[in-house]
Design a protein around this ligand. Structure first.
Ligand SMILES: [Zn+2]
Length: 329
């Protein structure tokens, strides 16, 4: 009897507890129900520690950002660099709290940097035209070579990754703009020099000059082919460094046919004295640049009206070409 009453007591005890537990569970569900009726899980988004909004759908937003980083939002985009990624913090907020995923996306994207990919067609080191893709660049170069353009040996294509887009030209326009007629017969130079000082009298320059290159004089100053040769030609292998004869300011650094001079540099030394270096392969200086005596300014080449690798050196006083051999070589 004693045992049975103990069991009965225990059963009653368990029943009481079960009822209580069920009650608690029910109450919990009710509470969760009530909470979820009023509140919802929202991601609080911050960028660089600054709150920028609430996101309804974190994974969708993050996916959109990732896609933007990969592909950008337009043509010729190489990639997008985003300075910092957003941070998400889960919180429960009232259902009527507005979310602004679109605004968050825009804010994140705005602090990014877009890099564009396109191609520059260069003559020598100078970028002359821009095209959207490599096939077009190749076409321009091939067409200029087929047309035997004078600059065909200086053409190159450079792949660009820049934060700004350029105006792209069509293949036709590039070819038309860059084509340089080949001049076979030596024609009159169109140059700034107004005259030639054929007298052998040496005018003092007030500065001492050094030899820009060492080599053999292949053509002297003065009469040549029934007209005057305004400089001195010094034969040297292609690529030989050309040094500034004296310190001065670069007043011209021109690529192309250059009025017969090809790629050429003019340095002003003050007091109306200028030196000109013609037919170069590459130019190492820019207009406005100060150069020291002996500084390498270009390399020997065969550009412009030239029939072999050599330096055409001119010395001008107030625009009048002087015989360089009065001073050098
Ligand atoms: Zn010459």
């Amino acid at each position: 009897m004693f045992q049975i009453s103990t069991i009965k007591k225990t059963i009653v005890h368990i029943r009481t507890w079960t009822k209580f537990t069920i009650l608690i569970i029910l109450a919990t569900f009710l509470m969760i129900g009530a909470i979820s009726y009023i509140y919802k899980p929202i991601y609080r988004v911050s960028l660089n520690g600054e709150w920028i909004g609430y996101s309804e759908n974190k994974s969708k937003l993050q996916q959109r950002i990732n896609e933007y980083i990969e592909k950008g939002n337009g043509e010729n985009i190489a990639f997008v660099e985003i300075n910092s990624l957003p941070e998400y913090q889960l919180c429960f907020l009232k259902k009527d709290v507005p979310t602004n995923d679109e605004e968050i996306f825009n804010k994140i994207v705005q602090q990014g940097q877009t890099y564009y990919n396109y191609y520059a067609i260069c003559i020598g080191q100078e970028e002359k035209a821009y095209v959207s893709n490599f096939e077009q660049a190749e076409e321009v170069v091939n067409e200029l070579k087929a047309k035997d353009s004078n600059n065909k040996d200086q053409l190159s294509v450079v792949e660009k990754y820049e934060t700004e887009l350029k105006d792209f030209a069509t293949v036709e326009k590039c070819v038309a703009d860059l084509y340089e007629k080949k001049v076979v017969v030596q024609k009159s130079y169109t140059i700034a020099a107004t005259g030639v000082n054929t007298s052998t009298k040496k005018i003092p320059l007030g500065i001492s000059l050094i030899r820009p290159v060492s080599g053999t004089v292949t053509s002297r100053f003065g009469a040549r082919w029934g007209r005057s040769h305004k400089g001195l030609d010094i034969g040297a292998p292609k690529g030989t460094p050309i040094k500034a004869a004296a310190a001065g300011t670069v007043t011209l650094a021109q690529y192309g046919y250059g009025g017969g001079y090809g790629n050429h540099v003019i340095i002003s030394h003050g007091n109306g004295i200028q030196t000109l270096y013609g037919h170069c392969t590459s130019l190492n200086v820019k207009v406005g640049q100060q150069v020291a005596q002996g500084q390498v300014i270009a390399t020997v080449g065969n550009t412009g009206d030239s029939t072999g690798n050599h330096l055409h050196l001119e010395i001008r006083i107030n625009g009048v070409a002087q015989n360089p051999q009065n001073y050098l070589y």
